[in-house]
Design a protein around this ligand. Sequence first.
Ligand SMILES: NC(=O)c1ccc[n+]([C@@H]2O[C@H](COP(=O)([O-])OP(=O)(O)OC[C@H]3O[C@@H](n4cnc5c(N)ncnc54)[C@H](O)[C@@H]3O)[C@@H](O)[C@H]2O)c1
Length: 311
Amino acid sequence: MKRIMVTGGLGFIGSYFVRMALERGYRVVNVDKMTYAARTDLDFDSHPHYEFIRADIAELKHLPVGMDYIVNFAAESHVDNSILANHDFFHSNVRGVYNLLELVRAKDETDRPVFVQISTDEVYGTIHEGSFREGDRLCPSNPYSASKAAADQLVLGWKQTYGLRVMIIRSCNNYGFGQYPEKLLAKTIEYLLLGRKMTIHGDGSYRREWLYAEDNCEAILTLLERGREGEIYNVSSNEEHSVLEAAEMAAQAVGVDPKDAFVFIPNRPGQDLRYSVDCSKVRALGWRPQRTLADYLPEYVAMYRRKLGLD
Ligand SMILES: NC(=O)c1ccc[n+]([C@@H]2O[C@H](COP(=O)([O-])OP(=O)(O)OC[C@H]3O[C@@H](n4cnc5c(N)ncnc54)[C@H](O)[C@@H]3O)[C@@H](O)[C@H]2O)c1
């Protein structure tokens, strides 16, 4: 039975990953600091192959013994917060990764887990046409993406210098239940269900690719099982919508006329116009996303209605 140390496994994507890994027969040790973004509605706590350690990845002194992989989801993840106060982003996203890499390096070479860094398409910055490949230059535009790009560079440096076994996975915008309602779709659905208007930065025309979190976690498990160590992999559905289009789809799923749903506010600094990544490397391993945003939204809204006690 393989063992995975997951960090940030109480967060939005990490919690999908923990559940899926337990279902696949992995043993999971989840290290999470329990920031404001950690979920409190999860049900895998009593699973016999699950262990929880409340800790900050930047302060952790030892790794659990006998791990085959570390999958590092732990991060501060909201761009707006990074613009207002960037300290925690440097602490968790850069110092945290540095500390984990050093803890792996301190282990005997025969006992080193593979270090899997969960990164983002945002590290590449804007692309007007086409899609970024894994070898393209990083060009982050805000403190969040800069901290994630810095972490990717640390991982590559520790691989080259110290021979660490690593992998970097850069995925596009994820959606799914359990996302903290600061992110676009969760906030749109929550606000509209509560009769409030949703705010959109600028004119909402900036484009993103949208991926269901479970599809993302399936890709991560595929890469653990069939990917090549030392490689970088992009993961995307290549389903592209502008932020306004995605929010309008959410409004329609809630049953609110998009014309009455939004208030437009000044754009934030560091706003990239378009993200897009080529994911032929992970597709060559047989992975395909199973859901589209339009498929998922009715289920998402129904779950949100129950969460808010509206049904
Ligand atoms: N959400 C997306 O659309 C998206 C897209 C691409 C990549 N990512 C990356 O995926 C990862 C997970 O994103 P998410 O949206 O699930 O994040 P999230 O904010 O929902 O959850 C982050 C989790 O990490 C924990 N955490 C934060 N700092 C920590 C620290 N120093 N030590 C231990 N635990 C800590 C939090 O308590 C929380 O449980 C992040 O690394 C993010 O950069 C996210």
